[in-house]
Design a protein around this ligand. Structure first.
Ligand SMILES: [Zn+2]
Length: 232
């Protein structure tokens, strides 16, 4: 196993998506000694209503917020792909870039946003979920998919499963009762965004959400996913 290896890779559209979707579960994994890496596709350069803030300034702020949240959660590495916010597209270039990350880190599990959420859904979230799903199967797996990646030493890799956060259909609820406070603290790292949420009491709001996501389970607080096993 090379030292770049990750057990879990979270692929998100924007800084803060991983914390909203999966921070409690990420903290559980890292606490159990699993290596987690983040791949953040844009640096969230449109995420403000402050007219005095430029996109360039926001990139620096949001990348730092993401690094701070990741450090708090014990995430091993954060890769910024530097696409522009609101400009993710399902292109061969983007798909190949995701395949490149999968083949570098060789994760067992990938976590990303559900592309099939209906109606109002950030286009970047829809695109990153779809492109990641396609990258896992068949592109990361197939030897002939990218001969030039093989030249770079990036061999095919089979991901075992994908967990989609923000899913409408839920088939897996993760117990985050013990790591809820870390999720809350990680979300608070995204100070530029917490201002924008318009939520007076973040803890009460988050607790209520996580209680809903634990619905039907014996535990109190959860994160909910749609889990897909990838074919071999
Ligand atoms: Zn987002």
């Amino acid at each position: 196993m090379n030292d770049i290896h990750a057990d879990i890779m979270v692929i998100s559209a924007h800084p803060d998506d991983a914390e909203f979707g999966a921070a409690g579960t990420v903290a559980k994994w890292t606490g159990a000694g699993q290596a987690v890496v983040y791949v953040v596709c844009t640096s969230g350069d449109k995420g403000t209503s402050d007219r005095d803030l430029t996109s360039e300034a926001l990139i620096d702020i949001r990348e730092q917020e993401q690094r701070d949240a990741a450090r708090l959660l014990g995430v091993k590495d954060v890769v910024f792909l530097k696409y522009r916010d609101q400009e993710l597209e399902d292109t061969p270039d983007f798909r190949k870039n995701i395949v490149r990350q999968i083949r570098r880190f060789r994760p067992r599990t990938i976590v990303t946003s559900d592309p099939y959420r209906r109606y109002i859904w950030h286009r970047d979230h829809r695109i990153v979920g779809q492109v990641t799903l396609d990258a896992v199967f068949p592109y990361a797996r197939d030897y002939l998919a990218y001969p030039d990646l093989i030249q770079e030493g990036l061999e095919p890799h089979n991901v075992a499963e994908i967990l989609f956060y923000a899913a409408e259909d839920i088939n897996f609820r993760s117990d985050i009762t013990e790591t809820f406070n870390l999720k809350l603290a990680a979300l608070r790292c995204h100070e530029s965004q917490v201002r924008e949420f318009g939520i007076d009491d973040l803890e009460t709001w988050l607790r209520k959400r996580c209680r809903q996501m634990a619905e039907g389970e014996a535990f109190e607080l959860g994160e909910a996913f749609y889990r897909v096993k990838a074919p071999r």
